[in-house]
Design a protein around this ligand. Structure first.
Ligand SMILES: [Zn+2]
Length: 403
């Protein structure tokens, strides 16, 4: 027995008997400490070893050396049912040439690199990396759609400025990515959702969506009992964008001014005014507060729109009852009819979904965090040539229960 190597190996229940050191790799001969095993058929313990079967498998490095384990998967004979059986070993799957923990290490690297580079790093073949991934996803996949009660559907652009959108599906109660759909078509999304099964879809109570894609019909069809809630951050963005556009329009109008001195004065007030106008007042410092006052004095329309934007936010912060919230929103729409014309058109079209927020308080705020993580994976995933590879990496990141 090699007590030091046994301790270094740190595989529960296994002991290092001997070892051989060949240049760049170390081979450890290990054996189980127990002398018995439980018959998988009848559950009886057996002490009678029928045959020895020696195997070789890769394991984690020990001080920079690749490690191979030579281990015996003993075949016992069960006295009760009279049949032989192979013992099951906790650290390695049946007929695998790598330990579970080695596969986990390799698969974790796939989050940041492509298969080829990861294979090279660990001195194994591309095929073996693929087989490890498949093995672990079967063994450790923890995704269970039956838990989803509140679902977020959101679109993200993977390449800036391109029409390369994917649709992400998020379990809003757990802030977990549960699916990535390659295209925004109803057909593609329907296929993914239907793969969860009817029973799962029927129990989904809420679906949070943004205001861009039109998934209402699809959601009603597939998840008849789910209430659709427009994500409040997307709704707020509508208002913020309109305010910012008005700011840009004011700036453009200044170009035509004849009085150069006045033109410069007003231009200075509007320069770097985006943050001041769009952020909430409690985030502004003294200088920014002064700027806001100047904007309000010199650009009354922007001043008015600013107040309306704040009033809009207050409604969503403070109403927890559908009727009260819906009335407050309708009053706001009346008040902002002139200034936020286009936004109000959108709010009318999504009124039911937008006001559903007052009672459900459901937002897909968490989705934003997930989206940022996805974009990071996308950036890191150099050379990933296809969508499946991207998907895989996302799911390793969220769904493989690798500690
Ligand atoms: Zn048996």
């Amino acid at each position: 027995m090699q007590p030091l190597l046994t301790e270094l190996l740190n595989l529960e229940g296994m002991e290092v008997e001997t070892y051989s050191n060949c240049g760049d790799h170390l081979t450890l001969v290990i054996e189980a400490k127990t002398t018995c095993s439980t018959c998988p058929r009848c559950g009886e313990e057996s002490h009678s070893v029928h045959q020895n079967h020696w195997h070789l498998s890769r394991d984690l490095k020990i001080s920079d050396k690749d490690v191979f384990l030579k281990y015996n998967r003993r075949q016992f004979k069960c006295k009760t049912c009279g049949k032989p059986f192979s013992e099951s070993l906790a650290f390695i799957g049946d007929r695998k040439h790598y330990t579970d923990r080695f596969a986990e290490l390799v698969v974790k690297d796939l989050i940041h690199g492509d298969i080829h580079n990861v294979a090279k790093k660990h001195n194994i073949t591309d095929d073996l990396v693929g087989s490890m991934l498949e093995y672990l996803s079967k063994k450790k996949w923890k995704f269970d759609p039956s838990r989803i009660k509140r679902l977020g559907i959101d679109e993200i652009a993977l390449k800036k400025g391109q029409k390369d959108f994917v649709v992400v599906l998020v379990d809003l109660d757990r802030n977990e990515l549960v699916g990535v759909v390659e295209s925004r078509t109803h057909k593609a999304i329907q296929k993914e959702l239907e793969s969860w099964g009817d029973q799962v879809l029927k129990q989904i109570q809420e679906v949070s969506i943004d205001l861009s894609g039109n998934y209402r019909g699809l959601i009603h069809k597939l998840m008849p009992d789910a209430e659709i809630v427009a994500d409040r951050f997307h709704v707020s963005k509508l208002i913020n964008d309109a305010l910012n556009n008005a700011r840009i329009a004011e700036k453009k109008r200044l170009q035509d001014m004849a009085d150069e001195v006045e033109k410069k004065r007003l231009n200075d007030i509007l320069s770097k005014s985006k943050y001041v106008l769009l952020k909430s007042p409690d985030k502004l410092n003294e200088k920014q507060e002064e700027k806001l006052i100047l904007i309000k004095e010199n650009f009354p329309v922007l001043g008015k729109m600013y107040e309306q934007k704040e009033a809009f936010r207050d409604i969503f912060d403070n109403y927890f009852d559908w009727t009260e919230g819906a009335f407050a929103l309708m009053n706001w729409m009346q008040d902002a009819e002139e200034t936020y014309k286009d936004s109000i058109g959108t709010i009318y079209r999504w009124f039911t979904e937008i006001t559903a927020y007052f009672e459900t308080r459901t937002t897909s705020g968490a989705v934003e965090g997930i989206n940022n993580r996805l974009k990071l994976i996308k950036r890191l995933g150099y050379g990933f040539r296809n969508f499946d590879n991207f998907c895989l990496r996302c799911l390793i990141c969220w769904q493989l229960d690798i500690s």
